[in-house]
Design a protein around this ligand. Sequence first.
Ligand code: EPZ
Length: 421
Amino acid sequence: MERIKINGKTKLVGEVNIAGAKNSAVALIPATILVKGISIIDNIPDISDLKGYYEILEELGATVEILGDNKVKIDTSNVNSNVALSGNVKAFRASYYLLGILFSMFNSATVGMPGGCNIGKRPIDQHIKGFEQLGAKVEYTNDYVKIEADKIIGTTIDFDVVSVGATINVMLGAVKAEGTTILNNCAKEPHIVDVANFLNEIGAKITGAGTDTIIIEGVDTFKNYVEYSVVPDQIEAGTYMIAAVATKGDILVKNCVPEDMEFLINELVKMGATVEIDNNNIRVVGNENIVSSNIETSPHPGFATDLQSQMGALFAITNGTSTITENIWESRFGYCYELEKMGAKVTIDNTVATFDGVDTLVGTEVKATDLRAGASLIIAGCVANGVTTITNLHHIDRGYEKIEEKFRNLGAQIERENYND
Ligand code: EPZ
């Protein structure tokens, strides 16, 4: 087994390069099935969720060639199966995009129920509703979902909740529909725009991605060759921005999209940090006088739920009382109990976590309860006095590329080591 060991009390200083967005790549990689030819995808993050996806594509008949840490060539010419039920499918959440893609390709798809971070109930009723309205009959068990239609027919779909996954999945399911599909009450995250851009690049006709309403004119065929570069990861960028403030450091976050980070920039500036933007780079400088704050998560462009755990590490050592209200996932405060082991003072009341800032945290043994919890604990470990060890690294590896290397380059004393359980 592996664990991360951090010797804390370090100001993080330097530059970090942001990888491509996980939550975009996990939709783009399977969407290459629509190409039925060669896709060269660049700026993809080197994370374990994608390795799982490459294996699923190979199980379906594709060939996948890694061209470097961040580039992959996928040949989907021979993908002829619309059934994806392997262990890989069940291992992570975003395998649900196979439903939309295989449905588009074959008018029918059978896909295992997805896994992923344990952060609350994760229903897919809005995905199902969308497919049904496109004409699919749905068979839904604890193990798999099967959707099938004689014809996929464009229609107007009003989502009842704003959902990243449902927006992308139903968009994927509608790209070849007969006529026009209008999706209302869509999620607007940057990765949704990125997936729509990719689909348009291969021949889809999608407008409105990034707004509440997405319009999809169905097309029959797609290009057989594409080169595409994934948008930078908003959440990875935010993680290092928060780490700069928490450690009173000075980090230049390179290759990100500052407009996508406005909710966080505004918050960090309000708390007293200095933030400078220069094209695709954001410099964040912390100081001794950071003040407490209150955040509330909501869909983009609101405060991203995927950055609240990292903010929790910052609030834990910020003078005064701060609160986080989590409106997306009901069980996303697991990391708070780990921070408490490090001396944080946190009370949780349903969807609200209240942090009474302490002067410092103390290193101890903690575990990553989910992906972003892991990032939060690494930040806390850099702040803490003494040694912090973090276990359950598979969560972190699912979504952060070379995380120890990137923190080490910023001055963190961080190592990954083997241990016997
Ligand atoms: C995506 O999950 C991300 N995952 C999550 O990132 C992220 O936290 C989330 O969007 C919100 O931004 C991927 O992109 C792979 P949702 P997703 O559908 O699509 C409810 C991370 O750390 N809902 O936008 O599964 C749902 O219960 C991960 O990188 C329904 O009720 O999230 C939740 O309360 C964790 N019915 C809300 O909508 C549905 O059919 C938003 O979920 C779908 C969702």
